[in-house]
Each structure stands twice: as structure tokens, then as C-alpha cells.
Design a protein around this ligand. Structure first.
Ligand SMILES: Cc1cc2nc3c(=O)[nH]c(=O)nc-3n(C[C@H](O)[C@H](O)[C@H](O)COP(=O)(O)OP(=O)(O)OC[C@H]3O[C@@H](n4cnc5c(N)ncnc54)[C@H](O)[C@@H]3O)c2cc1C
Length: 700
């Protein structure tokens, strides 16, 4: 390598590296009441009675110490549910039969088929040619077709589909699985480096070397511990409000081909992104799914929670598992406070648990802040400006080969017209039908009731705004969506996709969706047919006759204009009681045409006393960005808080260099009629954004 020329290291935050561990470690260290036993393995349980754990026995690697740890409550977050197994908690393994929970996607007969375990690798550019010689014992993938539909263009960070399943058992055969997965992994790397790999040109991979190869298979399916409530297909696809919901999920029903890469001639996944049958809604997870039915002091978080196999295929993801962990912590604290079991917390104290979770910046679908101690809720809120609803300029387009929809918040009680930015490649004018519907939630396209249905014509070979005149009285302060009816090949709806790392441009409280074809079961992929029962779309909970609309996630919108203007980002949103978009936008955003600073004011009719202010900023939870040293541009960076004591404004605090979503400021008590939060700078965005402000007078 010539002098002074540096190799740009492959570096992404949070992907196959230690960053997340470090973040968690730091927060555990900060928490004075936690004693952590790292590298400590629990392998024996002592029971007080059949229904109560007394203590666990654990050994610590490295120190050669062993511990007996007793506690009033235990949480099995072991993934494999070993604590539940040893405590003889009611467990479940494999797939239930359709009749057991009335699940249309379940097989007719129960079986033990579960997903397999994966080994990961990372590869690094060394800046010079690096040969790779496949060991004799590794498998071979000579042709591209040997990796059926297993996308491998991103060759630096490993593949989830190097997954080894049936006939290997995820627990009993853990070691054999590791060896088999390693044989497959080295074979895949050999395919990329030496074989007839059509996906990546050899010159791109020539200087890459394996940097890390896992020696511990990452697990998916395992034991589920059964609680008082078992989440099922219906709960994740057509949810209803559960009184004790404390967490949420929304991943699709994601089941992989049985056997994994051992079935290399089959596609690895059910193609969940295409088939409507496996789509879910944002659904609540109740406390009753987070404790064991028969061992009264055992709770669960992560993969072990109480689910049918189909629901598990949606809950078994990182965010959902950890949200359950947070909820379980709160339930445990309340169980200690009231000296009762988690079951009694579910029965008698679930709303207290919910309010604690919301205050800690958790989210529970359909649950709002009702904390009577929150003084902000009694304030009148005003702001220096607020943003109008405005969709970004296009950077792509979508052909209307299937119905498309765009959801948006409307502040007024009348909708005059909607304009869509359309292009026609057709030689004749085309009439397009557009329906208007109400939406219960920002991701919820289940309504099949058109409030209005209008038609407009797009001229031949044209591009421009096409008006759809609704002239319809509507309920203000709600979400609505417009949807094209039918298919219009040759007509394109202009759209926008967020640019990685740039400030968010998609308006908050909007989402786009498509209605894919109802593919007859016989035409579905072999993998899909093997995994799921043969069902009609109408038998899928919540699909109705129309089927499931599929939201286009990851920051996408379709270009539209609405008359009259909608102003859904008003200051009052900060005390609406929810700190994410759900049934409304729930955020204050300053007008982008005015430069910062921008401010919010909370005013009370009489003097109030407080010592705590809690702020929730916007770190765009709709997007996952793993760029190095990334800070969400929409998050407020510098701000100042002042209060007015009836005579003059006084500075309470200055904060600089913030990039964190939830900030809690505690200070000596002050008395005030007004509170002002002034946003001086963001981490890159032109607007100030605040989801929630809470004000408390708390005992210290
Ligand atoms: C290859 C792969 C890719 C995935 N991709 C995604 C993805 O892109 N997005 C996503 O959200 N999810 C993804 N998942 C799913 C997700 O990673 C897992 O479901 C999630 O990690 C489960 O978390 P968990 O804490 O429940 O279990 P685990 O991650 O299995 O953690 C359990 C922990 O308990 C410890 N433990 C077990 N037994 C004992 C014991 N006896 N004593 C002490 N400690 C014990 C283990 O060491 C481990 O640290 C993926 C899974 C795999 C395998």
C-alpha cells in the first residue's frame, strides 16, 4: 500500500460488534441496585414448593466460584427457557395444531418442527489479495443456484440464513449444529471467494479476509413458557386492547424453511415481505404472557414468553424481547411493592405498571399518560411556530400494478381535495379511482369502509398533480388514508425514500402501504406451502374480504398535497399522552421556514411548584441507522429551559450536545406560572421536535 493511503475500515455501529454490549454495560453500572454476575451459568433450581422457586445454583466461569442465589421472583430470559424447564413450568415446544388455538396458518397436526440456529461471520478488507482455501471438511457451493434465493451481496457482515435446523435439535444438538453450521459457513465463503458466484465479482472480494467466525450458534426457536395468556395468530394479526398490555410487537410471522441451509434447494424464508397472510399489526403483549401459569414466582422475557408457535414467530425479535424485559422489571418492582405475585399485578395493578412504563419512554398501543402527578397535563401549551403537513419531493416512483395507499393526519373537519403526483406512460387518458378511509393507527390499514370514492383522469403521457375532489366533512384530529382502487400499469405514483443518515423528511404520523395480489395458495412458493397451512386470505384474522395492506416501512412516502392544509404538529401534542405516532402524530414540530431557535411555552392559571422536567425528543424510531458515530439529526442538541415566576423569566438550565431521546432534569424546587423550552440547535435537522414534556413536583 502506498504511504499515506489508508484503508477505510468496514465499521458499522451495533452490527456484529461490541457497541450494544457496551451501552448495556454502562447502564447496568449506572444502576446502583443491580449486582451483575457476568459469565455465570445457572444449572440447578431449588424449589420451595411445586409452584415456587426458592433459589438457583450457578457457576461463574473464570473465577471458579459458585453461587446460590435466592429471590422472591425470577425471570427466565435464557432464550432456551432452562429455568422454566428445571422448575417444571408448563412449557411448549414446536408447532401447535390448527385446532389448539384456532390458528388458520397452523398445520392440521402438531409437530416438533422449529427453526434452526445460525453462525455469523464478518469479513474485512485487508488492502491486498487474500486467498482462501476451503478445508476438506467444509461443504461446497460450486454454483450460484446452490444458494437458492439466499441473497449474499452484503458479504461483509454474515448471513442469517447460514442456519442449521432439522434434523438437528436446537438444544440437544447444539455442538453438532455448530460444527455443521461452520461447515456451511466456510463453504459459503469459499463460494464467494473461489466458486462460480454470480452475485459479487471476484475483484470485489479478492482483498477480503474472514475477520470473525462465530463459534456459538445463534438461536431462534426453543421452549416457550406457558402463562395465563397465550398470544396467538389472532392477537398479532387482528389485535384488540388487552387490559394488562405492557409491551408491544409488530414483526411479521417470520418462519424459515425447515432445515435451513441443509435444504439448499429451497428458498430460506416464507417470503414474508410478499405474502399478505403473514403480516401483523402493532399488538399489545399482556402481563399474563410474561409469567408462568404454574410457577408463581417465575416471569419471562425475550424468546421464552407465552406464545403459540405462530405468535412466537413474530415476538421472537430483539426489540420485542427487550421491551418485554423492561415490562417484566416494572412488574417485578410492583410485585415487591405490594408483596404479591405477578398474576396479582396483572389483575389489580396493571394500569400502574403501564403508567410507569410510559413514563420511562415505553410504548403500549392504546394506552396514554394518565399520570395525575404530571403537572404538564394541566398546562396551556403554546409554541413559537408549528409545521404544516408537507410531503417531501420525489426521489423515486412506484408503478400502480397493485393498489397503493398513503395515510396522513388531518387537523381540520373538512377535506376539499387531495392531489397525487402521478406520471402516465400510457397513450390514452386514464381514469383513476381513489378512496378515502379512516385509520385507527398509523400502521393500520384494516378499514374497508370508504368515506368517499372519487375519480380523476390523468392525461396520456403526462406528469403532474392530479386532483381528486372529495369535498367531505370529516372528524378532525384523526388519521385518514387515500387508496387507489384497482391496478393501473403504466401509471406511476411519485414517492420518496429516506436517505441514510439525513434528517427525516417523511412527515410524522404518515405511512404508505400496498395491497399485494391475493395469490392462490397453489401458486405460492414451496417454502410457504410447506410452512403454513393452506388457507384462504379471508380466514386470516383481520384481513376481511380485501386482504391485508402491507405498510411500506423503513421511511417511505408517496407524494401528495391536501387542501385545506393540515396542521398536525401543534404545540398541544406534547401533552397528548403518547410519545410516538400512533392514533395521532403526538409531536410538536417547529415551522421549517423559520430558523432556530424555536420555543414551547407551558402556562398555568395559578403558581405551580416543581422540581423535575422530563423531555422526549425525536430519534426517528422508524429508522435503523448503523452509520459510524451517527446521531439522529432530528434530535434536539442544545436547549435552554426557563421559568416565569410572575415577575420575570429566570434561567433554569442550559443543555448542550444532547443526542438522547429521553432527558430528565431534576433541580431545586421552583415556583412558576410559565415554563419555556427553547430549542437552540438540533443534530442536523432544520426543525425543533419534541414529543412529550412532563413536569413533576417529586419527593427527592
Ligand atoms: C441469525 C439470527 C438473526 C436474527 N436477526 C434478527 C434481526 O435482524 N432482528 C431482530 O430483531 N431479531 C433477529 N433475530 C432474533 C433475535 O436475535 C433473537 O430472537 C433474540 O436475540 C432473542 O433474545 P433472548 O434474549 O430472548 O435470547 P438469547 O439472545 O438467546 O439470549 C439468552 C441469554 O441467556 C443466556 N443464558 C442461557 N442459558 C443460561 C443459563 N443457564 N445461565 C445463565 N445465562 C444463560 C445466554 O447466554 C444468552 O446470553 C435473529 C436471530 C438469529 C439467530
Amino acid at each position: 500500500m502506498p504511504k499515506n493511503e489508508c484503508v477505510i475500515e468496514y465499521y458499522l455501529e451495533g452490527t456484529m460488534n461490541c457497541h450494544w454490549d457496551l451501552v448495556l454495560y454502562e447502564w447496568v453500572i449506572r444502576e446502583k441496585n443491580i449486582t451483575s454476575y457476568l459469565n455465570t451459568h445457572m444449572h440447578q433450581v431449588f424449589m420451595k414448593s411445586d409452584s415456587q422457586i426458592e433459589s438457583i445454583f450457578a457457576i461463574q466461569l473464570g473465577t471458579e466460584k459458585s453461587f446460590i442465589l435466592s429471590a422472591p421472583l425470577f425471570v427466565d430470559a435464557s432464550g432456551d427457557g432452562l429455568l422454566g424447564e428445571l422448575a417444571k413450568a408448563k412449557l411448549r415446544w414446536g408447532r401447535e395444531a390448527e385446532v389448539e388455538y384456532n390458528e388458520s396458518l397452523a398445520p392440521k397436526v402438531a409437530d416438533e418442527k422449529v427453526m434452526g440456529n445460525t453462525l455469523f461471520f464478518t469479513a474485512r478488507d485487508t488492502g491486498m489479495p487474500v486467498p482462501f482455501k476451503r478445508p476438506d471438511w467444509a461443504v461446497e457451493f460450486p454454483k450460484e443456484s446452490d444458494l437458492t434465493e439466499r441473497g449474499h451481496s452484503f458479504f461483509k457482515g454474515g448471513y442469517w440464513w447460514i442456519e442449521v435446523g432439522t434434523p438437528y435439535h436446537p438444544i440437544n444438538d447444539n455442538n453438532e449444529t455448530r460444527h455443521e453450521a461452520l461447515r456451511q459457513l466456510l463453504g459459503v465463503w469459499d463460494h464467494i471467494k473461489n466458486q462460480d458466484c454470480k452475485t459479487i465479482p471476484k475483484e470485489q472480494t479478492a482483498s477480503y479476509a474472514l475477520d470473525f467466525v462465530g463459534f456459538w450458534p445463534y438461536k431462534r426457536a426453543s421452549r416457550r413458557i406457558i402463562g395465563d395468556y397465550v398470544l396467538t395468530q389472532s392477537d398479532v394479526q387482528n389485535p384488540h386492547q388487552l387490559h394488562d398490555a405492557v409491551a408491544y410487537g409488530c414483526w411479521e410471522i417470520d418462519i424459515h424453511v425447515d432445515g435451513g441451509i441443509l435444504e439448499r434447494s429451497k428458498q430460506p424464508i416464507s417470503e414474508g415481505n410478499v405474502w399478505q397472510e403473514v403480516g401483523t399489526q402493532v399488538y399489545g403483549i399482556p402481563i399474563r404472557s410474561l409469567y408462568s401459569k404454574n410457577v408463581k414466582n417465575l416471569m419471562m422475557a425475550g424468546r421464552t414468553i407465552s406464545c403459540s408457535y405462530l405468535a412466537f414467530a413474530s415476538t421472537r425479535v430483539l426489540s420485542t424481547g427487550s421491551i418485554c424485559g423492561q415490562a417484566v422489571g416494572v412488574v417485578a418492582a410492583l410485585a415487591k411493592k405490594y408483596k404479591v405475585t405477578p398474576r396479582e399485578i396483572a389483575k389489580f395493578h396493571s394500569s400502574e405498571a403501564q403508567q410507569i412504563i410510559l413514563r420511562s419512554d415505553g410504548h403500549i398501543p392504546g394506552v396514554e399518560n394518565t399520570d395525575t402527578n404530571d403537572l404538564a397535563k394541566k398546562a396551556k401549551v403554546t409554541g413559537s411556530s408549528h409545521l404544516k403537513l408537507h410531503f417531501p419531493e420525489p426521489n423515486n416512483e412506484r408503478e400502480l400494478t397493485m393498489p397503493h395507499a398513503q395515510l396522513f393526519p388531518l387537523s381540520g373537519d373538512f377535506i376539499e381535495k387531495v392531489e397525487l403526483l402521478l406520471t402516465s406512460n400510457r397513450n390514452i387518458p386514464t381514469k383513476i379511482k381513489l378512496g378515502l378511509r379512516e385509520a385507527a393507527h398509523v400502521w393500520d390499514f384494516r378499514s374497508q369502509n370508504n368515506l368517499a370514492l372519487v375519480e380523476a383522469t390523468i392525461p396520456a403521457n403526462s406528469e403532474g398533480w392530479t386532483s381528486f375532489n372529495f369535498r367531505k366533512q370529516i372528524v378532525p384530529g384523526k388519521l385518514y388514508y387515500v387508496h387507489t382502487v384497482g391496478k393501473y400499469p403504466g401509471i406511476f405514483w411519485k414517492g420518496f425514500r429516506e436517505d441514510d443518515g439525513k434528517p427525516n423528511q417523511i412527515p410524522i404520523g404518515t405511512s404508505a402501504a400496498v395491497l399485494p395480489d391475493k395469490t392462490p395458495f397453489s401458486e405460492k412458493s414451496t417454502t410457504f406451502r410447506e410452512i403454513f397451512s393452506s388457507v384462504e386470505l379471508k380466514d386470516i384474522p383481520g384481513a376481511g374480504t380485501e386482504g391485508h395492506w402491507k405498510p411500506l416501512t423503513g421511511g417511505r412516502s408517496l407524494c401528495m398535497r391536501i387542501t385545506p392544509d393540515s396542521t398536525p404538529y401543534q404545540p398541544g401534542n406534547i401533552i397528548k399522552g403518547t410519545n410516538r405516532p400512533d392514533m395521532w402524530t403526538n409531536i410538536w414540530i417547529s415551522d421549517s421556514r423559520q430558523t432556530l431557535p424555536a420555543s414551547l411555552e407551558l402556562g398555568w392559571e395559578s403558581l405551580i411548584e416543581f422540581n423535575t422536567i422530563q423531555l422526549t425528543f425525536d430519534t426517528d424510531q422508524n429508522r435503523r441507522v448503523v452509520l459510524p458515530l451517527f446521531r439522529y439529526p432530528d434530535c434536539v442538541k442544545d436547549y435552554m429551559i426557563e421559568y416565569h415566576n410572575g415577575i420575570s423569566w429566570k434561567k433554569l438550565l442550559d443543555q448542550t450536545d444532547n443526542y438522547i431521546r429521553r432527558r430528565e432534569h431534576r433541580f431545586d424546587k421552583v415556583k412558576a406560572f410559565k415554563l419555556r423550552i427553547t430549542v437552540l440547535a438540533t443534530n442536523g435537522a432544520a426543525t425543533a421536535r419534541i414529543y412529550e414534556v412532563r413536569v413533576y413536583n417529586e419527593r427527592v
